[in-house]
Design a binder for this molecule. Structure first.
Ligand code: SF4
Ligand code: SF4
Length: 92
């Protein structure tokens, strides 16, 4: 049974490797939200908006993807645009 992209992201959020996508010979590996630590100013605002309380701090913000529900609140909030959605394509 095919799964939607969102379902793929949920599956892959726990670190398991990806559902085939993009045709034979390639697959997408969704990594999830990531903090670009060189951009983080340390305001800690993302900790306040995270509904899953999965962002820790010290000395920069860091996301525990095992508990992230991928709501995007942190990325939408971050005044430094330091939080990005990371996806990788891996050729097989
Ligand atoms: S909101 Fe952005 S700049 Fe502020 S602590 Fe979080 S990642 Fe860093
Ligand atoms: S995407 Fe949502 S649940 Fe995940 S770290 Fe950001 S605010 Fe928290």
């Amino acid at each position: 049974m095919p799964v939607s992209v969102m379902e793929e992201k949920r599956i892959l959020n726990d670190g398991t490797v990806g559902q085939a996508a993009g045709g034979k010979g390639s697959r997408l590996v969704y990594v999830g939200y990531n903090v670009k630590q060189d951009c983080c100013t340390g305001c800690q605002g993302c900790l306040e908006v995270c509904p899953a309380q999965c962002i820790s701090f010290g000395p920069f913000a860091s996301i525990n993807r095992s508990f992230c529900v991928q709501c995007g609140s942190c990325a939408n909030f971050c005044p430094a645009c330091a939080i990005e959605w990371v996806e990788e394509t891996v050729e097989e």
